[in-house]
Write a protein that binds this ligand. Structure first.
Ligand code: SF4
Length: 260
């Protein structure tokens, strides 16, 4: 996709508590979308087209169904005891949840008010759409820093710019919002020593980064491209081997960062 991000697919709110949005799906997860066992809401629509994306089925707003915040909070509440005992919470993911900031903000606020730990999983590209109220209701941001060089960022995302993510990251650090930085390691795309050095420098410069997750590229979403009639750009790329993974993780730990 080229050019500007598409318009948000959200539906205008009718009343507080009845905000509606395009929801792709929801699920529970353990240890991959924030701490503990989590109820994860995947919103539909994303302005980026990352070459390694494993969820191209979430790219378009029309790939979601209209759901209200009430519906999603009711679902989350069913898991409340389970996720709280397991030290978990609720994560709003995508797609890109900040493409629907009113829905995302209201969902986070409602869950937060219920005493649930809340996480926002975002690329940060649309961070400017997250107002202070949304961030006040967010206990943790899972922030994808996809590259350290603007040129690499564009090559990875197809359309995005790095600067908005960096501005958002700095804003989070300035306001004291905890962050987990995510970096997808793709051989031949994001594995250059200099590239990783830049991302490590960025992470080390943000006071509220609690950990860095180096995520090895995989091809588990390849079948989705085939089902959608799309070409998976990295069909011939192998996942990183153990040596490469260790080298990259070492570049982060060398700066005193906690790496998983
Ligand atoms: S930001 Fe996430 S959902 Fe969007 S294209 Fe990139 S990897 Fe896929």
């Amino acid at each position: 996709m080229n050019g500007r991000p598409p318009a948000p697919p959200e539906v205008a709110p009718a009343a507080p508590g009845c905000v509606a949005g395009a929801v792709h799906s929801w699920d529970t997860s353990v240890g991959v979308d924030g701490p503990g066992t989590r109820f994860v809401v995947f919103l539909a629509g994303c302005p980026l087209r990352c070459r390694y994306c494993h969820s191209p089925d979430t790219w378009y707003g029309r790939s979601g169904r209209r759901r209200t915040v009430d519906e999603m909070v009711t679902l989350a509440t069913r898991y409340r005891r389970f996720i709280q005992v397991a030290g978990g919470g609720v994560t709003v993911s995508g797609g890109e949840p900040l493409l629907q900031p009113a829905f995302t903000g209201e969902l986070l606020r409602r869950c937060h008010d219920l005493g649930l730990h809340t996480a926002l999983d975002t690329s940060g590209f649309l961070g400017v759409r997250a107002d202070d109220a949304l961030l006040d209701a967010t206990d943790l941001v899972l922030l994808d820093v996809k590259a350290g060089n603007p040129q690499t960022y564009r090559r990875v995302t197809g359309t995005g710019r790095l600067a908005p993510t960096l501005r958002f990251a700095q804003r989070l650090a300035d306001r004291g919002t905890p962050m987990w930085i995510r970096y997808v390691l793709v051989p031949g795309l994001t594995d250059a020593v200099d590239e990783v050095e830049r991302v490590a420098d960025i992470a080390a410069g943000l006071a509220t980064v609690q950990r860095v997750e180096v995520l090895p590229f995989h091809r588990l979403g390849a079948h989705k491209y085939a089902e959608l009639g799309l070409t998976f750009p990295l069909a011939d790329t192998e996942p990183p081997d153990a040596d490469l993974l260790a080298r990259v993780r070492g570049q982060f730990t060398a700066r005193g960062l906690t790496v998983t």
